[in-house]
Design a binder for this molecule. Structure first.
Ligand code: HEM
Length: 121
């Protein structure tokens, strides 16, 4: 009788070990947290409400930037960059309106003005 009990207890023990092992493999003990999107989301309609020299937002490559503080520093004539305030300006930024891309330094500078991502309307 006690031998039977021992065998059943041993079988149950190894079944429990097996279940624990399968559970740890499935990763259910440590759920993966999905990446959280950083920053806010803006529609193009919202960007369009900031289309002046003093309040200038642009949507570039899926992100929205507040460039108001940067405009006076931009090396081109103001009339080259000002018309892009309040608009989708990826193409303008990519070509400088003359088929030449901005430098890596400009790309880095741009990121310092990011506010969030562009929301499809
Ligand atoms: C979206 C509209 C824009 C247009 C049409 C535009 C156009 C131009 C032009 C014509 C020049 C001077 C000539 C040249 O370097 O070839 C220039 C230079 C420059 N721009 Fe823009 N720009 C725009 C937006 C921006 C933004 C948003 C930034 C950064 C926040 C920026 C940063 C710079 C810098 C750092 C330079 C110096 C040259 C370089 O590093 O590429 N620009 N841009």
């Amino acid at each position: 009788m006690s031998r039977k009990l021992f065998l059943v207890a041993t079988a149950l023990f190894w079944m429990a070990v097996g279940v624990a092992w399968l559970d740890s493999r499935s990763g259910s003990a440590t759920p993966v947290v999905p990446p959280v999107e950083v920053g806010k989301r803006f529609t193009l309609a919202e960007v369009a409400r900031h289309a002046t020299e003093d309040d200038c937002w642009m949507a570039i490559n899926g992100k929205v930037y507040d460039l108001s503080a940067y405009l006076p520093e931009h090396p081109s004539r103001p009339d080259i960059i000002l018309p892009w305030c309040g608009r989708e300006a990826s193409e303008a930024y990519r070509t400088k309106m003359k088929g030449r891309p901005h430098s890596g330094m400009a790309d880095q500078l741009l990121e310092t003005y990011v506010m969030g991502s562009l929301l499809a309307e």
